[in-house]
Design a protein around this ligand. Sequence first.
Ligand code: GYE
Length: 335
Amino acid sequence: MSKTATFTRRGIGTILAAGLLAGGLAGCGNSDTGGDAGSSGGDGKIVLGFSQVGAESGWRTANTTSVKEAATEAGIELKFDDAQQKQENQIKAIRNFIQQKVDVIAFSPVVESGWDTVLKEARDADIPVILTDRAVDSADKTLYKTFIGSDFVKEGRLSGEWLVEQTKAATGPVNVVELQGTTGSAPANDRKRGFAEAIAANPNLKIIASQSGDFTRAGGKQVMEQFLKANPKIDVLFAHNDDMGLGALEAITAAGKVPGKDITIITIDAVRDGMQALADGKFNFIAECSPLLGPQLMDLAKKVHAGESVPERVETEETTFTQEQAKAALPSRKY
Ligand code: GYE
């Protein structure tokens, strides 16, 4: 590989926030709350309809567990629906929740656009809506009460800034390939933007290919295979989540290259398998995205149900990890 591909291993120690979400570790009860239709709050419990994106990644699985456990802990009756990464399924689920007259609706919108009609239906039915994890691009902010989730632009920017620091001594072009998340989703749009803005600081850094791997391992592997076939010199992979990065590892190894050395790998999420790859030297940097939104979501659900005012935006606290930091953090990693 060219000299430009060999970056220093020195971490920049970008710990931006010291802890995990304060309430994030709460809720160790059983999580047998999903799915069933039933009485709508007959026993006085708040009924929360939650439409989940799917089960596309380790992040999503941890997020689902967090929501289910936190509902049990908070004494909230959860109606849980898995949309299998399809917007039409989410719209159907939200309409079902409206019909069942749930007290609060929360959902993690698979893509940003196309929600106004169904959100108006919820508003007309007087059911407050909470966005979790991903945003919508509706101009009318009265369509939902609050949005809890990460700053995805920042995650992309932190990833890009780390790369700029690592490559500041590079004298020639550094070729970057990008595995994007689900097309049209907030995290894919925002992480792409934040990363591109940050790497503009070093004109040697060039994104030579960028395509969606749909946030899945299979997608990451398949698209990385294509990237490797089409581009003889790839120095860096930026994957919008750990799972696509993990899928790409297989493609990189099969192509006879050493991940983490021949190709520097940056991902986002910091789920256990991603952290393991980082500690093992196969990944080089991860910007964390916390899936532990459950406890805060339940607090917000109680508040909006009680008619209390809530902040328009609740941002999740996050950090970043180098290889050394991943080794230190792994033993106590909860997901
Ligand atoms: O990064 C990815 C998941 O919306 C933040 O969705 C979430 C993203 C997460 O599939 O792994």
